[in-house]
Design a protein around this ligand. Structure first.
Ligand code: ZN
Ligand code: ZN
Length: 140
């Protein structure tokens, strides 16, 4: 399979005991259906203390930036993938293939998803984006 971003040949890489296809050039990752869930499960089994939540305003801007980029082409089906939020309120936009259920992650997105797992696990109350904005504007 080829990288949907730069056309390099994807290589097998093992993350959390799961074999996935990775681009040696841009570090993008292609996960077959269920592989992301398998990584999440493995991750929860040896998780470290939760990181601090990202600045909600920065996260919202980051999400807006990610939503604007073009969806990747599925390396497996050669079909246009559609960007969607990884999980409710995760503020992480990933490309999903409606055909094979695969997911493309650009470099850094897996780390962000892992941070999200951590925050979910810790069940810390997450301030809403709106609350963060209002606070910044001095409206609260
Ligand atoms: Zn690449
Ligand atoms: Zn596909």
């Amino acid at each position: 399979m080829q990288c949907p971003r730069d056309g390099r040949k994807l290589e097998t890489r093992t993350i959390e005991g799961v074999d996935i296809d990775a681009c040696p050039h841009c570090d993008g990752l292609f996960l077959d259906q269920g592989e992301l869930a398998a990584i999440e499960k493995a991750y929860h089994e040896h998780a470290s203390p939760p990181p601090a939540a990202p600045d909600p305003v920065d996260a919202a801007m980051d999400m807006a930036r990610q939503s604007r980029r073009a969806g990747a082409i599925c390396p497996k089906c050669q079909l246009q993938m559609s960007p969607h939020e990884y999980a409710y309120a995760s503020q992480i936009v990933v490309d999903g293939c409606g055909e094979c259920g695969g997911t493309w992650l650009d470099v850094g997105e897996l780390e962000r998803i892992e941070d999200f797992f951590e925050r979910e696990r810790a069940e810390q109350p997450q301030g809403s984006v709106l609350a963060g904005l209002l606070q910044r504007l001095g409206l609260r």
